[in-house]
Design a protein around this ligand. Sequence first.
Ligand code: A2P
Length: 288
Amino acid sequence: MRLTGISDTYVLNNGVEIPCVAFGTYKAAEGDNVEILKRAIACGYRYFDTASFYGTETYLGQAVKASGIPREEFFITTKMWKDEMGYEAAKEAFAKSLERLGTDYLDLYLIHWPQPSPDCREWRTIDAETWRALEELYEAGKVRAIGLSNFLPHHVENLLKNCRVRPMVNQIEFHPGHTQETVVAYCKERGILVQAWSPIGRGRVLEDELIVELAAKYSVSPAQVCLRYALQRGVVPLPKSSSEERMRQNQDLFSFELTEEDMYRIGAMPPAGWSGEHPERERVRVKR
Ligand code: A2P
């Protein structure tokens, strides 16, 4: 499929359309939070990704309301945090998120992490119970699509064994130097759309020699190379930025195309820019 702009859509496995580029709101809470989100709306972003953990739901709700643009023109995703998992807790978390966002439905609701902690032995039951709550919210029409975040194939398998509703997306860390090919291939084979958090590797990948070389070759920025790479892999990037110039730059991804050779080179570059986060390990503190 040829994408021409950030409002072009993919169709999820339940028929719902989802824009091909989102605006990430993690850390938009630092500083002039609502202003950043208003700026992003003014720049044309309509798909916003938040989470109860980010502390940005309220600001996003305020920015959407202030825009005067009808709610249906936005695509809003949020996620429940690790301490909100379980059947009852998930339903409560959902209600609280709706309240903070000032909306009566969500476009997409995700389980943020598959395990409340790396050493949690009961994750199979906890995930299944949490998913049952999401299925009910979906069947009641309170959310248009439901999915996962940071789930590895064995976590997804556990849900697929007993679910009534199949997950529609899995949002993972994905950028040049950390593309989690096992997860991507697994999801693609099962019709689960992959989304990329930290699509530019929190800036750490932008100085990589290959990314810099390709940016010069295509006369774009290193960030645009990373975002275009995700698009060409059929992965939805969730870039975030506080600056209007970079917000606009991060939408300007449709006037160039990486060659097959360059796609392979990026896919095979040395590991770079991993956040240090893995659901089954204690967080690794990595230097920038
Ligand atoms: P800023 O808000 O100053 O633009 P990631 O999404 O991979 O975690 O990276 C987010 C970081 O990347 C943000 O700190 C943001 O900083 C920066 N960033 C976003 N877009 C660009 C860009 N086009 N060029 C350089 N840095 C960017």
